[in-house]
Write a protein that binds this ligand. Sequence first.
Ligand SMILES: Cc1cc2nc3c(=O)[nH]c(=O)nc-3n(C[C@H](O)[C@H](O)[C@H](O)COP(=O)(O)OP(=O)(O)OC[C@H]3O[C@@H](n4cnc5c(N)ncnc54)[C@H](O)[C@@H]3O)c2cc1C
Length: 398
Amino acid sequence: MGKPHLLVAGGGIGGMAAALALLRKGFDVDVYEQAQAFREVGAGVQISPNGNRALDHLGVFHALQAVSCDADGKEIRLWNSGRTWKLFDLGAEAIARWGHPYLTVYRPDLLQVLTDAVLALKPSALHLGAKVTDFGADGDGVVLRLEDGGEVRGDVLIGADGVHSRIRNRLHGESAARFSGMMAWRGVIPMERLPTHMARSVATNWIGPGAHVVCYPLRGGRLMNFVATVDRDDWRDESWTTEGTVEECRADFLGWHADIQAMIGAAPSLFKWALLGRPPMERWTVGRVTLLGDACHPTLPFLAQGAVMALEDAVVLARAFEAFGDDVSEALARYEAARIEVTRRKVLGASANTERFHNPALATEAGAAAYVDGQWNRDAILARYDWIFADDVTRAPL
Ligand SMILES: Cc1cc2nc3c(=O)[nH]c(=O)nc-3n(C[C@H](O)[C@H](O)[C@H](O)COP(=O)(O)OP(=O)(O)OC[C@H]3O[C@@H](n4cnc5c(N)ncnc54)[C@H](O)[C@@H]3O)c2cc1C
């Protein structure tokens, strides 16, 4: 058999990164995306040094950096007083330690950079308005069935169709999502609507009893990303497009610092969605079909590694096909073996951060000081993050 032709279901961050990684290694790839046009959610995403290493390997790091913000550092702040603790220095220190910076990125920009690079290599690679409804697979190949009745044949299918993946459900059965007991508010705010002291190149985690807020600049500092997560049992809708009101959001953050109130008041829209979790999977691949990104390892966003894991999956998948491409089973087995444990560890690490970010000890200044000293001292921070940022999927043995 010649080089396999790979079909990708889903043209999100993971699907487009996989297409780019495979095309760069000389494989033929087609991506089937249900959206009629790209409508990537307007929100921020943090790309840690390991993610930027993957993007550099894909040849798009500099294009992304040009439209993003390099974070100088990350900090923890206390919900009411605003007391501040350094989490870690980034900027030059990140480059010295991990070889790449930590970027805060507007998600549509990341998707655009990946898409431009894919289309430069294969202008016909992306099929929009192509909703995948089913697939078949046998020893000879795969067939993808589309909602419009069309069928497409290929050699391998990659399910990169996100947290509600049809491909995963067809391969492994429906897996019930578990409500985490939390919901999140999300907004992107023009920086000029905020007090000038807030325009800083820092990613901040505001932590408090039962809630936390993450904010950081986007697009060269012209926008502020705002994600506010709160323990709340009365909201189960996982949609990213349901709007809430300023009053409801304020009610969730009564007594929080003036900077939080400023962001709530200045957000043009506040979207709300329930955070659901799924336990890590035991296996992903069946025959010629595998999974990638949120389709196989959806995560709470509390380690900021969901999109990064999808980028890393893409790099490893393409490396496995480069090394073993004439043996599809071997390539898919090597890919899965290289990714399944590390992604499980990150998913569990993200869940473990819930307790840290929302701890009842944070209610008082004294309780918070002791808790932060215990949980965010330099050794504890390095133990939680260094292995992630240092991970180099561009070289890891397969
Ligand atoms: C609040 C929040 C904050 C986050 N912050 C970060 C962060 O700071 N850093 C980070 O690394 N990650 C972050 N993440 C996680 C990150 O957004 C996801 O992990 C990432 O988007 C996963 O990419 P994906 O391509 O696997 O899935 P998706 O981005 O969901 O893409 C799936 C694609 O498949 C398409 N699709 C679905 N079904 C079909 C079908 N049947 N046929 C055809 N197409 C289909 C969809 O339209 C979509 O385009 C965050 C997530 C949330 C919710």
